[in-house]
Structures are given as C-alpha cells and as structure tokens.
Design a protein around this ligand. Structure first.
Ligand code: CP
Ligand code: NVA
Length: 307
C-alpha cells in the first residue's frame, strides 16, 4: 500500500522512531546509501518560496542516487486549469515520489488523491512535518532522546509549526506546551488528536497563554515567524500581541541553562528571537537546518521502500 506523509501523525510512534534511527545512520554514513539509484526521479513542487526545503531535498535526492526534479509551479499548468489530481496522476508515472509545498492542505490531499507513489508534505498552511523530523533528530542529538523531554513552542500557536510540534512531539512521547496570544491558538482538532496520541506514548500536550509558564524548565524552547507565508496581507496585527512571546535572554532563563533553542528558519531577528539567543551557545538552529537533509533522506528511503 502506498504510504504518504501529509501530516506528522501519518507515521506511528514506532515508524517515526524507525525513520529517525535511519536518519542517524544516514548522517553517520553520509554518501553510503543509494536506494534511488537508477536513477529514480523525485519531483519536488513549490507553490511557495523556500531555501532549506528546496536545497535539502535536491541535495538529499542526489545523494541517494536519484534524480531531483525541482519545479516552481508558476511554470506548470497547476495554476491554470489542470486539476491537482490529474497533475498527481501524471507525475506519478515518472517519479518514485512527489514532494509538494503549497498553501491549503486540501491542495496537497487533492494532489495525493489518486497517486500510487509516496507524496510528502514540504509545508502547508496546516503542517510542516519534514521540519519536525529534523527537529526531533536535533533533540535526540542534543538531549539524548525525545521521549519524556519537555518542549515549549512560543509565538504563533495557530500556524503550521505549532500544529506539527503538537502532533510530532506527542508521537515522540514528548511533553509539548504551546503558547501564543489570544486569537492565535492551535486548531482544537489538532490539539485533541495530539492529546490522543500523547495518551498512547506517555507524552502530554498543553495550550497556555503565558510564555514564561510555557518555557519554565523545558529542555527545548522553540519559535517561528509571527507572519507565515501567505499571511503578509491578512490585515491582522502580527507584531504588537506577540512581543511577550519573543525568545530573548529572559525567556531563555526561564527554560534554564541546559535548554536548547530551535527555530525552523528563516528568522526575523529582533522579532520572534533576538540575535544573542539565535547566535548563542544554547542555539541548535543550524544543526536543525542541516538535519533537514538527513531526516528527509531517511523519510524518502523509508517511504519508497514501503510503497
Ligand atoms: N524551514 C524551512 O522550511 O525553510 P524554507 O522555507 O527555506 O524551506
Ligand atoms: N510558519 C512558516 C514556516 C516557514 C518555514 C511559514 O509557513 O511561512
């Protein structure tokens, strides 16, 4: 049966651990795995801008012996009449897997609707599950594991990163807290799904308002931009209510001197995170960015082998 990775909870806890184990191995043996030799092609489509996702997929597919086909969709028929379902059917005749960054999760689901090769979410408005695999790999490296570790995500708690921290963190058995200003809370359905997963894995999820309560003694303190792609002109004030959620030395002090700091990047320095924290000794953000490569190589390898 074809396995897709559209949301973090498309992997069970055991499967998520398997992919992360493989990522550890692939990181240690960087050029030693060629499951896409042939080469098999992987098509990577972008409706939105990217640096890390684009380069880590292109590099990773090549390192796996495959042929990356990177497409900015403005140059395709996606936007002018051809349905996403038809496009997916066509692309699956060429490629061993399809990776897609878009806006609505309905667009991703439509692309995947009649496709018999794995489809991977490279960021939607709802979720950023590939990023979370990289984050979990980084947490394993820096904190010695994920199960039982405490993570706080502060900032826009309604965005894709907040949702993915809830789902992927719960899957990994973590204690996940998210905190954002009023009006920027996670979708209730995501919170309840994460709580359901946490009940199996021994983790927990909490939605809080106070950033200091969230950050208190956590192992991992994470944030993201206050204005996600596509929200630039949504008419909401995306600065004033967010200032108390900035990761700066005071909020980091609440976490403690052993905590690590994560940010998926790109960062808006001086907004959601200060320079001294981003460039400081507790920051793991550049390892986190590198880990996109290793985590996605493992994910592609695992999904193609299952399909
Ligand atoms: N973190 C991340 O997904 O970065 P890009 O938008 O540059 O791909
Ligand atoms: N929440 C951000 C993540 C960017 C990697 C966005 O969607 O723009």
């Amino acid at each position: 049966m074809t396995r897709h990775f559209l949301r973090d909870d498309d992997l069970t806890p055991a499967e998520q651990a398997e992919v992360l184990d493989l990522a550890v191995q692939m990181k240690a043996e960087r050029f030693g795995h060629h499951p896409l030799a042939g080469p098999k092609s992987v098509a990577v489509f972008f409706d939105k801008a990217s640096l890390r996702t684009r380069l880590s997929f292109e590099t990773g597919i090549a390192e796996l012996g495959g042929n990356p086909i990177i497409v900015d969709t403005q140059a395709t028929h996606f936007g002018r009449g051809e349905t996403l379902a038809d496009a997916g059917r066509v692309v699956s005749r060429y490629a061993a897997a399809i990776v897609y960054r878009t806006s609505g999760d309905d667009r991703l689901a439509e692309l995947a609707s009649d496709v018999r090769v794995p489809v991977i979410n490279a960021l939607t408005d709802g979720y950023h599950p590939c990023q979370l695999l990289a984050d979990l790999l980084t947490i394993r490296e820096r904190c010695g594991g994920t199960a039982g570790r405490r993570l706080a995500y502060v900032g826009d708690a309604a965005n894709n990163m907040a949702h993915s921290y809830l789902l992927a963190g719960a899957t990994a058995g973590m204690h996940v807290r998210v905190a954002g200003p009023s009006g920027f809370d996670p979708a209730p359905a995501v919170v309840s799904r994460a709580a359901e997963i946490a009940a199996w894995t021994g983790g927990s999820v909490e939605v809080l308002r106070d950033p200091f309560e969230a950050a208190d003694k956590v192992d991992v303190l994470a944030t993201d931009t206050w204005t996600s792609m596509g929200q630039e002109d949504d008419g909401r004030d995306r600065r004033t209510p967010f200032w108390p959620y900035q990761i700066n030395k005071d909020l980091l002090a609440a976490a403690g001197s052993d905590a690590i700091v994560l940010h998926c990047l790109p960062a808006h320095r001086g907004e959601e995170i200060t320079d001294d924290v981003l460039d400081g000794p507790q920051s793991a953000v550049f390892d986190q960015a590198e880990n996109r490569l290793h985590a996605q190589k493992a994910l592609l390898t695992w999904l193609v082998a299952k399909s």
